[in-house]
Ligand binder design. Structure first.
Ligand code: ZN
Length: 424
């Protein structure tokens, strides 16, 4: 299997199974219910990848962190950030559980890793890669020759981050931030009371659970700079290989705009699941290549609902054997940079129930094979409709159909009878 790597800007081959494949994926910052786009970025994509690797014979360990110390949380709940983070973590677990894809192997939090973060910052200071300034600690970007490589910036022309007169160099970034008024959480450290910066949290959680070297580090395209650039600098300065492959997913777009709260198009994962259901939402995510932007709209979601219904229809019909190379074609599509739209197109060709179920199961879509039984009162209406039609009372038959549809079901006439199908 090969995956496109942002760092080398080329596809990189994974070692042969069983690996092991260690994966670190940047998880949510917990201060509100997560966006539907974030649901894809932090849950669907990494869990699908894990499930496919395991179906291919790999051993995997997936770590998705929870960022529970961050400026966004302090800003969202001045004086009560810890309570908000705890509540938003529960929302995150509740909403992503509804996707039915299982959970990552480890879900570390920044709070539980503060001790290790302080130790790592101390090591960076001791080795001259970082310096203390007024209770803050900054990473000295000039000391890391490869800085800027991930985001494709020349080291001497890197964009300034976190403008601050306490820094030696505008490119430097904070590893530790002294406690400020209004910030209700802080920890003692050799540099005084404070809290870790966001970037060091991830470097340390990845190292704690996956060691010096691991295969894949992933996250949204919006994390390339500065977050992941800084993670590489921190970790590699200490002689760690860190991640070998950097995966960055494209952003969900809402009417052509990136999905961000600021432009007023925020749809939460909870709202998306309530409105479309998990099967339609998952099929929708399958239609996009993970590296490309994907348009979230009524039109694209309706199309996904229709695709889901096509799969259900396959299971309502008779199973027909697929071509001998069917699974191989499917597998080749996923092994080539995890091309889910290509795999989806192949799945739509199949009428082989067993094969299709096997493929759907990788994406958590087994439920498409189960036809829901209609409630008894609707079956009775459908029977009366057949009777009405047999006596050519078409007005009554139409009224009965309307009542069935009003209850959220369709009645389909078929050779030898009818079928009740729930509307999705
Ligand atoms: Zn991260």
């Amino acid at each position: 299997m090969r995956l496109y790597d942002t760092l080398t800007r080329s596809p990189v081959e994974l070692p042969p199974p069983p690996g092991p494949i260690g994966i670190y994926w940047c998880g949510p910052t917990v201060y509100q219910r997560i966006h539907v786009g974030n649901g894809y970025a932090v849950t669907v994509l990494p869990l699908w990848l894990k499930r496919w690797l395991e179906a291919s014979g790999y051993e995997t360990k997936l770590v998705v962190n929870v960022t529970d110390i961050n400026d966004k949380i302090y800003d969202a709940a001045p004086g009560a950030s810890a309570e908000l983070a705890a509540e938003a973590t529960r929302w995150y677990v509740e909403d992503t559980d509804r996707l039915g894809l299982g959970r990552p192997d480890v879900e570390p939090t920044a709070v539980e890793t503060v001790t290790e973060q302080i130790a790592t910052i101390g090591e960076l200071v001791d080795r001259g890669f970082a310096y203390e300034s007024d209770g803050d600690v900054y990473f000295r970007v000039a000391r890391f020759a490869d800085y800027g490589r991930l985001s494709g910036q020349r080291p001497d022309a890197v964009e300034e981050q976190e403008p601050n007169p306490r820094k030696e160099d505008p490119r430097d970034f904070a590893l530790w931030k002294a406690n400020k008024p209004g910030e209700d959480t802080s920890w003692p450290s050799p540099w005084g009371l404070g809290r870790p910066g966001w970037h060091i949290e991830c470097s340390v959680m990845a190292h704690k659970h996956l060691g010096d070297d691991f295969e894949i580090h992933g996250g949204g395209l919006d994390l390339v700079f500065p977050h992941h650039e800084n993670e590489i600098a921190q970790s590699r300065s200490l002689g760690r290989g860190f991640a070998r492959i950097w995966m960055h997913n494209g952003m969900l777009q809402f009417a052509g705009e990136e999905m961000h709260k600021s432009v007023g198009n925020d749809v939460t994962l909870q709202q998306a699941l309530d409105r479309w259901g998990r099967e339609t939402l998952l099929v929708f995510f399958l239609t996009g290549h993970w590296r490309k932007p994907l348009d979230y709209s009524d039109v694209t979601l309706e199309a996904a609902a229709a695709r889901a219904e096509r799969f259900r229809d396959v299971f309502r019909g008779a199973s027909e054997p697929a071509a001998d190379d069917a699974w191989e074609r499917f597998s080749t599509a996923l092994d080539d940079d995890f091309n889910t739209p290509a795999a989806l197109a192949i799945m739509h060709e199949w009428r082989d129930h067993e094969l299709l179920l096997r493929a759907l199961a990788i994406f958590g879509l087994e439920a498409l094979a189960e036809d829901e039984e209609a409630p008894a009162e609707l079956v009775e209406l459908a029977e009366r409709r057949i009777e009405a039609r047999s006596t050519r009372d078409f007005d009554e038959a139409d009224r009965l159909r309307a009542r069935i549809e009003g209850a959220g079901w369709d009645v389909r006439d078929e050779a030898g009878g009818y079928r009740l199908v729930r509307r999705r």
